[in-house]
Design a protein around this ligand. Structure first.
Ligand SMILES: CC(C)(COP(=O)(O)OP(=O)(O)OC[C@H]1O[C@@H](n2cnc3c(N)ncnc32)[C@H](O)[C@@H]1OP(=O)(O)O)[C@@H](O)C(=O)NCCC(=O)NCCS
Length: 242
């Protein structure tokens, strides 16, 4: 694993029955957001996921979970508001099919993604439309084989973790960088338009059976997007929705 980052994995499914006990950890706005879920299962997952985030951040900064204050970047990336400047904690999270994953790092941006590996009828079409040519070529070699779904979600999670590390990177085209994706190949960036692959760590693993996760962080604090002037939100390029 990359030095200087802590990871938590949580089964939202297993804790769903205790959603009412977790709800008091949320602030008013989060409770309103929870109330907007029509489906009880999704509401419970949101409540647990948000409460666990607050418990984790509270533990790390030594505050009560209810005292954690979150801000949001131009493209929705959450960040910690009330922390001593010396702490400089950054975090990111992802959820998929009843599981949540959290990453907290000090002094460096972090992006994390998680997916449950499943067959997708339009995987090939999504890859052809959105992935970089070298990724499309690699993906074609496993089309129709037992490796297809894993290869697709390897690419998806690695690419999304990079965009989430950038924070404002949702404005970056998905084919402006490439990752390895074939099962058995070392997880790595193949190239990044306008940046050096050596500036970024990519870690990918199976956090629990049936899921893949990816974590991306700059190798040095100087490479963080957070030190750049905030990007004005422009229209995002088209992205696939799973
Ligand atoms: C914002 C986005 C990255 C969230 O992804 P998702 O798959 O819907 O959800 P995930 O479980 O991965 O992550 C959700 C969490 O990401 C965080 N998040 C939201 N916007 C973010 C941003 N701009 N940057 C980083 N993290 C962000 C939030 O904490 C959110 O959880 P919350 O709503 O419970 O607070 C996604 O909706 C998006 O727009 N992606 C476009 C890029 C894309 O299509 N990539 C495909 C890769 S091939």
């Amino acid at each position: 694993m990359v030095d200087g980052v802590s990871i938590w994995l949580c089964s939202l499914e297993r804790l769903a029955a205790q959603a009412d006990a977790y709800a008091p950890f949320l602030n008013t706005e989060e409770r309103r957001r929870a109330d907007r879920f029509h489906c009880a299962r999704d509401r419970h997952r949101f409540v647990i996921g948000r409460a666990v985030l607050r418990l984790i951040l509270g533990e790390v900064v030594g505050e009560l979970p209810t005292q954690i204050m979150l801000g949001y970047g131009a493209y929705g990336k959450p960040y910690l508001l009330n922390q001593p400047a010396s702490e400089d904690l950054r975090f990111n999270l992802a959820h998929a099919a009843g599981v949540a994953i959290y990453a907290v790092a000090r002094g460096r941006e972090v992006g994390i993604d998680l997916e449950d590996v499943r067959p997708l009828s339009d995987a090939a079409a999504i890859a052809e439309r959105f992935f970089a040519p070298v990724e499309v070529a690699a993906f074609r070699t496993v089309l129709g084989t037992a490796d297809e779904a894993l290869a697709f979600f390897n690419a998806w999670t690695r690419k999304e973790a990079f965009l989430k590390a950038l924070g404002d990177g949702l404005a970056r085209p998905l084919d402006s960088f490439a990752v390895s994706l074939l099962p058995g190949d070392e997880p790595r960036f193949l190239w990044i338009d306008g940046d050096r692959v050596a500036c970024w760590h990519l870690h990918a693993w199976q956090p629990c059976p049936g899921y893949v996760a990816a974590l991306v962080m700059p190798t040095r604090p100087a490479a963080t997007a957070a030190e750049d002037p905030p990007a004005a939100p422009g229209p995002p390029p088209p992205y696939p929705r799973l």
